[in-house]
Design a protein around this ligand. Structure first.
Ligand SMILES: [Zn+2]
Length: 183
């Protein structure tokens, strides 16, 4: 029983694909499929490491875009609450960005995901340095930085759907929240 309906992470996708994910979850097969495709979590374990990671990607692909201020994981970004349920809008809230300071904030659910999913969300937020809207130019830029962008995004959304259904993560590295000095 579910007290509230879960957010629809796959809202922008064709019914057949959505059904496929639902079937895999009900048959208990999605976790194995995802683990086989993405065996390991990434090794970006701190905000400093995340900053370096984003800088490296930016230097390789977006050298002339505005400089990055801060890049960090942010536990205040709640993927679940903010999920808008559309293909194009949800990514905006998974990693919110403060335009003026060129800050990139990545929802803390991305602490414990495979490198491919982290790359997808960082690519997404970097692309916003140049393209504000989720339009064709924006996704062209995402694909330029990561040719498998769309596959990773779909698999991430399938994972988030599974995670909501089961209440567990597939790659639990930081199960215990790290102690923080700031509020
Ligand atoms: Zn976005």
């Amino acid at each position: 029983m579910r007290p509230t309906p879960p957010p629809d992470y796959l809202a922008g996708y064709p019914p057949a694909l959505r059904q496929q994910v639902q079937d895999l979850i009900e048959q208990g097969r999605l976790a194995d499929l995802l683990r086989r495709r993405y065996p390991r979590p990434h090794a970006v374990r701190s905000d400093a490491a995340l900053y370096g990671y984003a800088q490296e990607l930016k230097a390789a692909h977006l050298r002339n875009a505005p400089p990055l201020g801060k890049v960090c994981f942010d536990s205040r970004i709640h993927v679940i609450r903010n999920a808008l349920g559309t293909h194009t809008a949800i990514s905006r809230v998974q990693g919110a960005k403060l335009q003026a300071k060129r800050e990139i904030r990545i929802a803390s659910v991305f602490r414990d995901v495979p490198p491919e999913f982290l790359r997808m969300i960082v690519v997404h937020e970097l692309a916003h340095l140049r393209e504000r809207d989720h339009d064709k130019a924006f996704y062209q830029l995402c694909l330029h930085m990561e040719p498998h962008y769309h596959q990773y995004e779909f698999d991430l959304r399938a994972y988030l759907t599974w995670r909501d259904a089961t209440g567990q993560g597939l790659w639990p590295v930081s199960a215990e929240p790290a102690p923080r000095g700031d509020a």
